[in-house]
Design a protein around this ligand. Sequence first.
Ligand code: SAM
Length: 361
Amino acid sequence: MSKPVIPVATVRRGLAIPPLARDPAAGPLVDARGRGLRDLRVSVTDRCNFRCTYCMPREVFGADYPFLPHAELLTFEEIVRVARAFRGHGISKVRLTGGEPLLRRGIEDLVAMLSQALPGVDLTLTTNGSALKQKARALFEAGLRRVTVSLDSLDDATFRAMNDADFPVARVLEAIDAAADAGLAPVKVNMVVRRGTNDQQVVDMARHFRGTGHIVRFIEFMDVGATNGWRMDDVVPSAEVVRRIDSAFPCEPTNPNHFGEVAKRWRYKDGRGEFGIISSVTQAFCSSCNRARLSTDGSVYTCLFADKGYDLKSILRGNGSDDDLSRAIAAVWQRREDRYSEIRTAETAGLRKVEMSFIGG
Ligand code: SAM
C-alpha cells in the first residue's frame, strides 16, 4: 500500500461556501435531490489509539503521521456554535465521533455544553470503548443518553489483529457493561464485517448480544478514504449476514424507527431482541441520506465519500455572525447532490476521498 505524499489533514483546505440557491426563510431546508437535514456528525479529533486495518492502517497512520495540530481543531465553543446553527435548520440528532472521541480531553464538558445548548436533541457518541469504562458515568451525568461501541469480533485474537493495537475483547465487553450500568443502555454495537477476516464470527456476535437489550449492527466494509485497500471481494453483503443469522436464530424485518434510519432493523422471532444491518455497499441509501458531517478542523462534508468539505472555520474565526454561519450551512445543503454509494464502481473506489477518521464515522 503506498503512503500518501502529503498528509491527509494538511491538504484539506475547505471549499469556499457557495452562494445560496434560494432564500432559506422560504421553506424547509432541502438539498438538490429533495433530502432534508436531520443528523449532524461531529469529528472531535482525528486521532485514535486503535489502528483498525480497515480504517486507520498503521502503514499510513504511523508514528510520524502528521495529525492536526491542536490549534486547528475546533474548540468546544466553536463546535457548539456550529451545532446550534444546524439546530436552527432542524437537525434532531448530534453524534460525536472521530478518530476516537474519548481521546479528546474534556469530552464530558463538550457533552454538557451541547446538551444544555440543544435541549431535545438526541445526543450520542461512537467509541471504540477503550476509555468508556472510566468515562461512562461522567458522560451520562453530562447529558449523554446513548452510546455506540465498535467491536468487530468476540474472538480475542481476531479482534486484537483487527484493531492492531493489541486491545483485548474483554475490556470492550466491560466497557459495554459499564455504559449500561451508567444509564447508557441499550448500547449499540458496531461490527464491520470483512470477508475472510471476521465474517465467521457473525453468528457468535448475534448469539452473544441476543437477549441483552443491546443491538448489534453488522456493517458492510466500505471504501471510505483511500488507505484501507478496499476490494468488493472483501464485502460480505448484508443479505448473506441475515441468512447466516436466520439459520441459527430465525428473524424477520421490522419497521424503521424513523425515515432515513441508516440501519435496517431485524428482530428475532423468539422475541429476544433485534439487530441491524448497514448495507451502504449493496443497498445504497443515498436517497434518504439526511446526514451532514463536521470535520475536526471545521469543514462541513455532505457525504462520507466526499473529497473535500466546505470551510466553516473561516466564518467562525473571521468574526462571522451566527446568521453568516446559518446561511453558509443552508447554501451548502441546498446545493448538495452527492449520491456516491449509488454510483459506486471498482473505479470510483480508487478515487481520492477524505479519511473516515477525519470526518467521523
Ligand atoms: N473511534 C470510534 C470507533 O471506533 O467507533 C469512532 C470512529 S470510527 C471511524 C466509527 C465507525 O466507523 C466504527 O464503528 C468503525 O468500525 C466504522 N468504520 C471505519 N471504517 C470503516 C469502513 N471502511 N467500513 C465500514 N465501517 C467503517
